[in-house]
Design a protein around this ligand. Structure first.
Ligand code: MN
Length: 261
Protein backbone atom coordinates (compact mmCIF):
# COMPACT_ATOMS: atom_id res chain seq x y z
CA UNK A 1 0.00 0.00 0.00
CA UNK A 2 1.25 3.49 -0.84
CA UNK A 3 1.54 6.25 1.68
CA UNK A 4 -1.64 7.91 2.90
CA UNK A 5 -2.60 11.18 1.24
CA UNK A 6 -3.09 14.26 3.44
CA UNK A 7 -4.69 17.49 2.18
CA UNK A 8 -3.48 20.67 3.88
CA UNK A 9 -5.17 24.05 3.56
CA UNK A 10 -5.62 27.25 5.55
CA UNK A 11 -7.15 30.72 5.44
CA UNK A 12 -3.96 32.76 5.87
CA UNK A 13 -2.78 32.06 2.33
CA UNK A 14 -0.44 29.51 0.79
CA UNK A 15 2.76 31.30 1.91
CA UNK A 16 1.76 31.64 5.59
CA UNK A 17 4.45 30.24 7.93
CA UNK A 18 1.84 28.19 9.82
CA UNK A 19 0.86 26.27 6.69
CA UNK A 20 4.41 25.90 5.35
CA UNK A 21 5.65 24.52 8.69
CA UNK A 22 2.71 22.18 9.16
CA UNK A 23 2.88 20.80 5.62
CA UNK A 24 6.58 20.07 6.09
CA UNK A 25 6.00 18.28 9.41
CA UNK A 26 3.15 16.21 7.93
CA UNK A 27 5.43 14.85 5.19
CA UNK A 28 6.67 12.45 7.91
CA UNK A 29 3.09 11.17 8.31
CA UNK A 30 1.90 10.87 4.71
CA UNK A 31 2.06 12.31 1.21
CA UNK A 32 1.08 15.95 1.59
CA UNK A 33 -0.86 17.97 -0.97
CA UNK A 34 -1.31 21.67 -0.25
CA UNK A 35 -4.31 23.40 -1.82
CA UNK A 36 -4.65 26.86 -0.32
CA UNK A 37 -5.88 30.39 -1.06
CA UNK A 38 -3.58 32.70 -3.02
CA UNK A 39 -3.96 35.36 -0.29
CA UNK A 40 -5.26 35.76 3.21
CA UNK A 41 -8.94 34.86 3.52
CA UNK A 42 -9.37 34.92 7.30
CA UNK A 43 -12.92 35.20 8.70
CA UNK A 44 -14.58 34.34 5.39
CA UNK A 45 -16.45 31.55 7.18
CA UNK A 46 -17.73 28.67 5.08
CA UNK A 47 -18.15 30.70 1.88
CA UNK A 48 -17.97 28.90 -1.46
CA UNK A 49 -17.26 30.71 -4.74
CA UNK A 50 -20.09 29.82 -7.13
CA UNK A 51 -20.40 32.98 -9.25
CA UNK A 52 -16.99 33.26 -10.86
CA UNK A 53 -14.45 30.78 -12.19
CA UNK A 54 -11.71 29.44 -9.94
CA UNK A 55 -8.13 29.36 -11.21
CA UNK A 56 -5.58 26.82 -10.01
CA UNK A 57 -1.83 27.54 -10.19
CA UNK A 58 0.55 24.72 -9.41
CA UNK A 59 3.51 26.46 -7.75
CA UNK A 60 5.57 23.37 -6.84
CA UNK A 61 5.22 19.58 -6.62
CA UNK A 62 1.90 18.85 -4.85
CA UNK A 63 1.42 22.57 -4.07
CA UNK A 64 -1.60 24.40 -5.56
CA UNK A 65 -2.73 28.00 -5.17
CA UNK A 66 -6.36 28.99 -5.80
CA UNK A 67 -8.06 32.39 -6.10
CA UNK A 68 -10.81 31.26 -3.75
CA UNK A 69 -11.83 30.62 -0.17
CA UNK A 70 -10.56 27.89 2.18
CA UNK A 71 -13.74 25.88 1.54
CA UNK A 72 -13.21 26.23 -2.23
CA UNK A 73 -9.68 24.88 -1.80
CA UNK A 74 -10.75 21.79 0.15
CA UNK A 75 -13.71 21.13 -2.15
CA UNK A 76 -11.70 21.52 -5.34
CA UNK A 77 -8.70 19.75 -3.84
CA UNK A 78 -10.69 16.63 -2.99
CA UNK A 79 -13.00 16.59 -6.00
CA UNK A 80 -10.70 17.95 -8.71
CA UNK A 81 -6.99 18.11 -7.95
CA UNK A 82 -5.81 15.24 -5.75
CA UNK A 83 -5.11 11.93 -7.51
CA UNK A 84 -7.15 10.05 -4.87
CA UNK A 85 -9.36 10.81 -1.89
CA UNK A 86 -7.23 12.00 1.01
CA UNK A 87 -7.25 10.10 4.29
CA UNK A 88 -7.13 13.34 6.25
CA UNK A 89 -7.75 17.07 5.84
CA UNK A 90 -5.64 19.38 8.03
CA UNK A 91 -6.32 23.13 8.13
CA UNK A 92 -3.79 25.52 9.65
CA UNK A 93 -1.76 26.30 11.54
CA UNK A 94 -3.87 29.45 11.74
CA UNK A 95 -2.31 32.66 12.94
CA UNK A 96 -4.66 33.39 15.87
CA UNK A 97 -7.12 31.38 17.95
CA UNK A 98 -10.46 30.02 16.78
CA UNK A 99 -12.32 29.59 20.02
CA UNK A 100 -15.91 29.18 21.18
CA UNK A 101 -18.69 30.91 19.27
CA UNK A 102 -16.17 32.41 16.86
CA UNK A 103 -15.63 29.11 15.03
CA UNK A 104 -18.42 29.82 12.52
CA UNK A 105 -16.57 32.93 11.26
CA UNK A 106 -13.34 31.04 10.79
CA UNK A 107 -12.01 30.12 7.37
CA UNK A 108 -9.65 27.62 9.01
CA UNK A 109 -12.43 25.75 10.81
CA UNK A 110 -14.61 25.98 7.67
CA UNK A 111 -11.88 24.29 5.62
CA UNK A 112 -12.05 21.37 8.07
CA UNK A 113 -15.87 21.48 7.92
CA UNK A 114 -15.72 21.12 4.14
CA UNK A 115 -13.51 18.05 4.55
CA UNK A 116 -16.00 16.59 7.04
CA UNK A 117 -18.92 17.28 4.68
CA UNK A 118 -17.06 15.35 1.99
CA UNK A 119 -16.63 12.42 4.38
CA UNK A 120 -12.93 12.87 5.22
CA UNK A 121 -11.65 13.00 8.85
CA UNK A 122 -10.63 16.63 9.35
CA UNK A 123 -8.89 18.85 11.87
CA UNK A 124 -8.39 22.61 12.22
CA UNK A 125 -5.33 23.83 14.13
CA UNK A 126 -4.95 27.39 15.41
CA UNK A 127 -2.21 29.11 17.36
CA UNK A 128 -3.49 31.44 20.06
CA UNK A 129 -0.72 34.00 19.90
CA UNK A 130 -0.32 37.59 18.81
CA UNK A 131 3.14 37.30 17.31
CA UNK A 132 3.49 33.73 16.03
CA UNK A 133 5.36 32.62 19.15
CA UNK A 134 4.83 28.91 19.78
CA UNK A 135 4.37 27.94 16.14
CA UNK A 136 6.92 25.11 16.39
CA UNK A 137 4.96 23.51 19.26
CA UNK A 138 1.72 23.85 17.30
CA UNK A 139 3.28 22.26 14.20
CA UNK A 140 4.75 19.38 16.21
CA UNK A 141 1.43 18.76 17.93
CA UNK A 142 -0.44 18.93 14.61
CA UNK A 143 1.75 16.21 13.13
CA UNK A 144 1.41 13.98 16.21
CA UNK A 145 -2.38 14.42 16.26
CA UNK A 146 -2.66 13.75 12.52
CA UNK A 147 -0.84 10.47 12.92
CA UNK A 148 -3.10 9.52 15.87
CA UNK A 149 -6.20 10.39 13.83
CA UNK A 150 -4.97 8.21 10.98
CA UNK A 151 -4.29 5.24 13.21
CA UNK A 152 -7.32 5.53 15.55
CA UNK A 153 -9.89 7.25 13.32
CA UNK A 154 -12.37 9.79 14.70
CA UNK A 155 -16.15 9.56 15.23
CA UNK A 156 -18.22 9.94 12.06
CA UNK A 157 -19.38 13.42 10.97
CA UNK A 158 -17.01 15.00 13.50
CA UNK A 159 -14.16 17.42 13.06
CA UNK A 160 -11.55 18.37 15.62
CA UNK A 161 -11.01 22.04 16.42
CA UNK A 162 -7.60 22.46 18.01
CA UNK A 163 -6.22 25.59 19.67
CA UNK A 164 -2.64 25.73 20.87
CA UNK A 165 -1.36 28.24 23.46
CA UNK A 166 2.12 29.76 23.21
CA UNK A 167 3.78 27.35 25.67
CA UNK A 168 1.57 24.27 25.98
CA UNK A 169 1.97 22.05 29.05
CA UNK A 170 -0.75 19.48 28.31
CA UNK A 171 -3.88 18.60 26.35
CA UNK A 172 -7.54 19.00 27.28
CA UNK A 173 -10.65 17.83 25.43
CA UNK A 174 -13.16 20.69 25.70
CA UNK A 175 -16.48 22.14 24.62
CA UNK A 176 -16.90 25.48 22.86
CA UNK A 177 -16.93 28.55 25.11
CA UNK A 178 -19.59 31.23 24.84
CA UNK A 179 -18.66 34.72 23.78
CA UNK A 180 -20.24 37.62 25.62
CA UNK A 181 -21.10 40.43 23.27
CA UNK A 182 -20.10 43.37 25.38
CA UNK A 183 -17.96 45.18 22.85
CA UNK A 184 -19.33 48.22 21.13
CA UNK A 185 -19.63 49.11 17.48
CA UNK A 186 -17.29 51.99 16.65
CA UNK A 187 -18.97 54.74 14.67
CA UNK A 188 -16.90 57.44 12.94
CA UNK A 189 -17.13 59.94 10.11
CA UNK A 190 -14.87 59.72 7.05
CA UNK A 191 -13.09 62.74 5.44
CA UNK A 192 -16.03 63.16 3.03
CA UNK A 193 -18.49 63.43 5.90
CA UNK A 194 -19.98 59.95 5.46
CA UNK A 195 -20.52 57.72 8.44
CA UNK A 196 -18.68 54.40 8.72
CA UNK A 197 -18.53 51.60 11.26
CA UNK A 198 -16.05 49.09 12.66
CA UNK A 199 -17.55 45.90 14.05
CA UNK A 200 -15.67 43.33 16.13
CA UNK A 201 -13.50 46.03 17.69
CA UNK A 202 -11.94 45.36 21.07
CA UNK A 203 -10.89 42.10 22.70
CA UNK A 204 -13.50 39.31 22.88
CA UNK A 205 -14.83 38.42 26.32
CA UNK A 206 -15.82 34.91 27.33
CA UNK A 207 -18.22 33.43 29.84
CA UNK A 208 -16.43 31.54 32.60
CA UNK A 209 -16.68 27.76 32.21
CA UNK A 210 -14.35 25.00 33.41
CA UNK A 211 -14.74 22.65 30.48
CA UNK A 212 -14.40 25.21 27.71
CA UNK A 213 -11.73 25.68 25.06
CA UNK A 214 -11.14 29.19 26.36
CA UNK A 215 -10.47 27.94 29.92
CA UNK A 216 -8.01 25.32 28.63
CA UNK A 217 -6.04 27.96 26.72
CA UNK A 218 -5.93 30.20 29.79
CA UNK A 219 -4.39 27.31 31.72
CA UNK A 220 -1.75 26.78 29.04
CA UNK A 221 -3.34 23.57 27.71
CA UNK A 222 -3.90 22.58 24.10
CA UNK A 223 -7.65 22.44 23.53
CA UNK A 224 -9.28 19.77 21.33
CA UNK A 225 -12.99 20.35 20.72
CA UNK A 226 -14.94 17.74 18.75
CA UNK A 227 -17.49 19.53 16.54
CA UNK A 228 -20.33 18.18 14.46
CA UNK A 229 -22.12 19.90 11.64
CA UNK A 230 -25.71 19.03 12.50
CA UNK A 231 -26.84 22.41 13.86
CA UNK A 232 -30.36 21.14 14.61
CA UNK A 233 -31.52 21.92 18.12
CA UNK A 234 -33.36 18.69 18.92
CA UNK A 235 -35.02 20.02 22.09
CA UNK A 236 -36.36 23.04 20.20
CA UNK A 237 -37.64 20.69 17.49
CA UNK A 238 -40.12 19.24 19.97
CA UNK A 239 -41.04 22.66 21.40
CA UNK A 240 -41.72 24.11 17.94
CA UNK A 241 -43.76 21.19 16.57
CA UNK A 242 -46.89 22.83 18.00
CA UNK A 243 -46.37 25.74 15.59
CA UNK A 244 -47.02 23.57 12.56
CA UNK A 245 -50.81 23.80 12.93
CA UNK A 246 -50.89 27.53 13.75
CA UNK A 247 -50.72 28.68 10.14
CA UNK A 248 -53.63 28.52 7.75
CA UNK A 249 -53.43 27.96 4.03
CA UNK A 250 -56.20 28.34 1.49
CA UNK A 251 -57.25 24.91 0.43
CA UNK A 252 -57.15 24.42 -3.30
CA UNK A 253 -60.47 23.19 -4.64
CA UNK A 254 -60.36 19.96 -6.63
CA UNK A 255 -60.97 20.70 -10.30
CA UNK A 256 -63.75 18.14 -10.78
CA UNK A 257 -65.95 19.84 -8.17
CA UNK A 258 -65.61 23.28 -9.78
CA UNK A 259 -66.60 21.84 -13.17
CA UNK A 260 -69.78 20.18 -11.92
CA UNK A 261 -73.04 22.23 -12.00
MN1 MN B 1 -6.48 33.10 9.52
Amino acid sequence: MGRLVILVSNDDGIHAPGLVGLAEALEAVGTVYVVAPDRERSTVGHALTLHRPLRVDQIAARRYRINGTPSDCVNLGILGILPSRPSLVVAGVNNGGNLGDDVTYSGTVSAAMEGTLLGIPSVAISLVSDDGAGLQAAVRFGAALASLMLSKGIPKDTLLNVNVPTEPTGVKVTKLGRRTYSEKVVEETDPRGKRYYWIGAGPPLWEAGEETDFAAIQKGLISITPLHLDLTNYQALEALRGWESRFSFRRRRPRSRRASP
